[in-house]
Structures are given as structure tokens and as C-alpha cells.
Unconditional design. Structure first.
Length: 345
């Protein structure tokens, strides 16, 4: 039986601002299992990054309220001290951020930055830390690691800096890796290489990964399970196959329909109409209703409950109510499913 390594229960995060209270994350419930990749998907502002920063306590405590439970190693991470969290962060739960240039110290040599993480968490000599750093640099595909060890971040390309971030994240053999849009700023060729590298590292050390992205093409290539977020809540989750081949929420339909394919390269891409709601002033009912061409009257009065599709698949849409009319996914989704089925493997 696969072990549950992280449990998030009823997580809520809000920020007090001059414009009012922003309810950035609302009642998120998620499990992460050993060795799996869980993808968090949604538009900017949907709550993906805030949710994962709450896991590692990287949110500013000023004007921030966090409620719920994040259980790791039988402890609620929201209740542990900063001193204890410092020991967990990097050693047991590591993060890769979107822009490595803002995460790496520009005045410090690359090798020393990786070695420092090892020295902070493990009782080893500087020589052992350096040897392990060289080994990690080789593992993530950095050529001439002895030379690169003494170079600075500005001497690396964007793809190579992201490889450094992966080496830094894996330096202490963490149990969980959180990757926050790690390929967004890279061209498609380098993006594919980084995704393949993360997959290889995951397989090699049985790493559990939370992968944040707005790109469903990336999700199809890396995820075991997918959670779709909108306006701070999870609106649909299931296995990758369930989300791609049997999506139930109109928002998921919109995300899938907006994916470019070779078949529609000469066509205008579909876009979800409108914009995400103001999280400081959420509308009554379902926040997605005003953008949803399939919205029912009840959507404007009551936020939908989470309906069960299968033991592993749930969606928060009134379209799944026994009282709702039968509505099939749009034609764009059917076309994409046929394309997915035609792909090798």
C-alpha cells in the first residue's frame, strides 16, 4: 500500500490589505502519496503558489491568517516553530522556484551555494560537501562541474540555472519536492529537458512531487494526479487520465480547450471569457458562474459541493447534481481526447 506522506485539510489563507481581506485559499483538502507527482493547475491568482508556500511557512506572518492542518511526519506544520521549520525546509521539503535568478545569491559561487545547504543540514566536512555537490552537478547534467563549481549565477544560462536549483533542492535527499512553475521562463526544448530531469530524479529516489503549473501540456507529461484550482478552491481533482479523458468541471473544459495542438496551429486558440473574480469581494454562489456558459440558475446563488465521479475523481459543479440537465463537454474537448488517444504510449 502506498504511504500518504502529506495531508492538507481545510487549508485557508487570507491577507489583510487596504482593499479588504483577500481570501487567497479557501478550504483546500489534498493528500500527497509517496513517489507520486501531484500537479496543481489553474490561472494566475488561483491559489496554487500560496497553498504550497503555506506548507513550507514561506508566507509573511504580517497581515496573514492561516487556518487548517498540514500534516507531515505526524506534525501540523502550521504549529511548528520557525527553528524546527528551518530543519524541515530544504532537508525534508525542498522547493524549486520559477525564476532561479531571484533564488540564487548573485554574489556567491554556485558550488558554495549547493555545499552550504548540505553543510547546514548534514554533519559532514567541507570536502565531503564539495564532493557531493560535484556529484549532484553531474547528476543534473551540468558539464565541467569542477569549473562550474567556482562560477557565479550570471555565468549560467537560464536552463543551467534551473538545473542548479534542482541540484540545490535535492542536495539533502528530501522526501517532498515542490516545483513552482519551474519551466515557465524557458524555451520548449530546455523545458522538456528540465521536466525529464525532474522525472528521472523522482524515479531514482522515490521523490514525492507537487508540481505547480498553468500549462496542461506539462501536466500530461509529468503528473500522476491533478488538482484544478480556481478562486482559491479546488474545483476538480483526479488522476491525470481522469482529468484529460473525463473532465467534469466547465473550468477544466476551458483549460483543456485552450491547449494548443498541432491540429489547431493555424486556428485562434480558445480562451475562457472574462477574468477571475476579485478575491476580496467574491460573488455570491459559484465564483466561476459569470464566466461559465453552462452555468445553471443555482450557480448564482449557491457554491457547488464536491460531487463524487469515482473513488479518485471529484468535481465541484452543479452539473453533476442528479437534478441537473445532461450537458456534454464542448466539441474542442472531444477533439483533444481523440488527439491524446492517438499519441504513442
Amino acid at each position: 500500500m502506498v504511504e500518504k506522506i502529506l495531508k492538507i485539510d481545510n487549508l485557508a489563507v487570507s491577507f489583510k490589505t487596504l482593499s479588504g481581506t483577500i481570501n487567497a485559499v479557501r478550504g483546500v483538502k489534498l493528500d500527497l502519496f509517496e513517489g507520486e507527482t501531484l500537479a496543481l493547475v489553474g490561472e494566475s491568482g488561483s491559489g496554487k503558489s500560496v497553498s504550497t508556500k503555506a506548507i513550507t511557512q514561506l508566507l509573511s506572518t504580517k497581515n496573514t491568517t492561516i487556518n487548517g492542518e498540514i500534516i507531515f511526519n505526524d506534525k501540523n506544520l502550521l504549529e511548528v516553530s520557525e527553528k524546527e521549520m528551518t530543519k524541515i525546509r530544504g532537508k525534508e521539503i525542498a522547493m524549486i522556484f520559477q525564476d532561479p535568478m531571484t533564488s540564487l545569491n548573485p554574489t556567491m559561487k554556485i558550488g558554495l551555494q549547493i555545499s552550504e545547504s548540505i553543510l547546514n543540514h548534514e554533519k559532514v566536512s567541507k570536502a565531503v560537501a564539495k564532493a557531493k555537490t560535484i556529484e549532484l552537478m553531474v547528476k543534473v547534467g551540468i558539464v565541467n562541474p569542477e569549473v562550474r563549481f567556482n562560477q557565479y549565477p550570471h555565468e549560467f544560462s537560464g536552463g543551467m540555472r534551473q538545473r542548479v536549483m534542482i541540484a540545490l533542492a535535492l542536495a539533502c535527499n528530501p522526501k517532498i519536492l515542490i516545483a513552482d512553475e519551474p519551466t515557465t521562463a524557458l524555451d520548449v526544448t530546455i523545458q522538456a529537458q528540465i521536466i525529464e530531469l525532474i522525472k528521472e530524479m523522482k524515479s531514482e529516489i522515490n521523490l514525492s512531487t507537487i508540481f505547480i503549473t498553468h500549462d496542461l501540456g506539462v501536466v500530461a507529461n509529468i503528473a500522476d494526479r491533478v488538482a484544478v484550482m480556481y478562486a482559491g478552491k479546488i474545483v476538480e481533482y483526479g488522476t491525470a487520465n481522469e482529468i484529460f479523458y473525463n473532465p467534469k468541471h466547465p473550468y477544466t473544459w476551458g483549460l483543456l480547450a485552450s491547449m494548443p495542438t498541432l491540429e489547431n496551429s493555424n486556428e485562434m486558440l480558445y480562451t475562457i471569457p472574462g477574468s477571475p473574480p476579485n478575491l476580496a469581494d467574491l460573488p455570491k454562489g459559484d465564483p466561476f458562474a459569470i464566466r461559465n456558459q453552462y452555468a445553471l440558475n443555482i450557480d448564482f446563488d449557491e457554491e457547488p459541493e464536491m460531487f463524487k465521479v469515482s473513488d479518485t475523481h471529484y468535481a465541484a459543479t452543479w452539473l453533476l447534481s442528479p437534478l441537473a440537465p445532461k450537458i456534454n463537454p464542448p466539441e474542442e474537448i472531444i477533439k483533444r481526447q481523440l488527439i491524446f488517444e492517438s499519441l504513442p504510449g
